[in-house]
Design a protein around this ligand. Structure first.
Ligand code: HMG
Length: 408
């Protein structure tokens, strides 16, 4: 069986950024709470002409334009989102149309909060590995806009973005070990969004506990899978993996997760001395923090957030890390989580769009952000100057959503 994984990857983020120092000032909060307490510098804000469909199509279109994949090679298009635009018509079929995907390409939308992107990636890798793909490829897109009520505790942890990944048996960027992964699922109300709401509801502190409990459960299952039920690894986890990528609702969560993972690993290995806090901090600075750069500036992009960390790794550190073992943890509220691993591929070190798009963003004021948030949803405004996308949302006509290519 050949390796399977991500052959190429491209990101997209909205053009506006809101400084969290500005937001803190407007909300009467100490800016250090957002900067140090949550680890955030800014968050991406989508203009009214963007939604989960345009973010997804705008992430994927450059893969075709740059000749990284051909349309007729893609036989499975999976779009993961929790920002769906219709109860019945999936985001994936709008994206299928905008990208002019082949009619013989199977497509559907997946949802399980932030875990959906990983559910799609795992489905695609296993489809390729099973041979059902018959040499063809999958396009997996994770796309979301995170929204909480204005003035709520969740407000600084919003964001938006999409990551498009071509999955094949030529894993130039990262090979995914589809034979070994650990899962954890449990019905909880830590974060949810009733059908009539645009903003999510969340039990914030409880959601942090649920995330960490799911990490414990998924990692134990991963360890069991790797050694036929034996939980005791001969080597500490930091000797087995040089890179750790986490789902990042806010960057401080990755620090909490990493510290907890080292503690769980120590407990499972039955060692005498627990890992010291300063060891955990050093391990975090080397093996986690460098890959959080995009998330610090984009905020929570839900399904896409873990893959923004991967995109940062591949673009800014990929060449140095070729051949490195990476551990990945995906969490979706509600909840379902997966701990899995991969090997950084021989093609890592190419542009994924992170740096370029971050550099092209336009800062907006808190007043501009609030006006965008409270504006009518069915906004037919043209894309603003400096818009980087290929497609925009053009409002509804006879209850049908319309999307147009950006002219010029
Ligand atoms: P909060 O209650 O406003 O904040 O909400 P806090 O009081 O917990 O403070 C946060 C941190 O800032 C604390 O650090 C404070 O000590 C520190 P910690 O104890 O955690 O290490 N702090 C300061 N630091 C420096 N200077 C100061 C200062 N003041 C305080 N002056 C919360 C925080 C994250 C709960 C909130 O923003 C929230 O509800 N966010 C949304 C939910 C969320 O992100 N949950 C994460 C886990 S669930 C998940 O990841 C799934 C999700 O992505 C959705 C999905 O799956 O689809 C959300």
């Amino acid at each position: 069986m050949r390796d399977v994984g991500i052959e190429s990857l491209n990101v997209y983020m909205p053009m506006y950024s809101l400084s969290l120092a500005e937001l803190a000032k407007a909300r009467g909060v100490d800016p250090q709470k957002y900067r140090l307490g949550l680890g955030l510098e800014a968050m991406a804000i989508a203009p009214p002409c963007e939604d989960a469909v345009t973010l997804a199509a705008n992430a994927a279109a450059p893969l075709f334009e740059r000749g990284l994949v051909e349309r007729d090679e893609i036989a499975l298009l999976l779009v993961a989102t929790e920002s769906a635009v219709d109860h019945a018509k999936p985001v994936s079929i709008f994206v299928h149309e905008l990208l002019r995907a082949h009619p013989a390409c199977r497509t559907y939308e997946l949802k399980h909060a932030c875990y959906g992107g990983t559910a799609a990636l795992m489905t695609a890798t296993q489809w390729i590995a099973s041979g059902a793909s018959r040499g063809r490829k999958a396009l997996v897109i994770a796309t979301d806009i995170a929204r909480y009520d204005i003035g709520s505790a969740g407000e600084p942890t919003q964001g938006a973005g999409a990551v498009a990944m071509v999955v094949s048996d030529v894993p130039q960027q990262i090979a995914i070990d589809f034979r070994r992964s650990g899962s954890f699922a449990e019905g909880v109300f830590d974060f949810w969004r009733p059908l009539d709401r645009r903003e999510a509801l969340v039990d914030g502190q409880y959601s942090v506990d649920c995330y960490l409990r799911a990490l414990d459960g998924a990692y134990q299952d991963f360890e069991r899978a790797g050694r036929n039920g034996d939980l005791k690894s001969p080597l500490p986890i930091t000797d087995r993996f040089g890179v750790f990528l986490y789902h990042v609702p806010f960057p401080k969560m990755a620090w909490k997760a990493h510290r907890r993972l080292l503690e769980i690993d120590w407990r499972l290995r039955d060692e005498e001395e627990p890992p010291e806090e300063c060891f955990a901090q050093g391990s975090f600075e080397n093996s986690v923090s460098p890959y959080l750069a995009a998330c610090r500036a984009v905020g929570n992009s839900y399904t896409a957030s873990l893959y923004f960390c991967l995109a940062t790794l591949l673009e800014s550190h990929g060449e140095r890390l070729r051949g490195e073992q990476a551990a990945l943890f995906s969490y979706g509220s509600g909840c379902c989580a997966e701990f899995f691993n991969g090997v950084v591929g021989p093609g890592a070190g190419v542009e994924t769009g992170v740096q370029r798009l971050l550099a092209q963003r336009r800062p907006i004021s808190v007043a501009e952000y609030e006006a965008m948030r409270t504006g009518a949803e069915d906004d037919k405004s043209a894309p603003p100057d400096g818009f980087q996308g290929r497609f925009h949302y053009a409002g509804t006509e006879r209850d049908r959503r319309r999307y147009l290519p950006v002219s010029g």
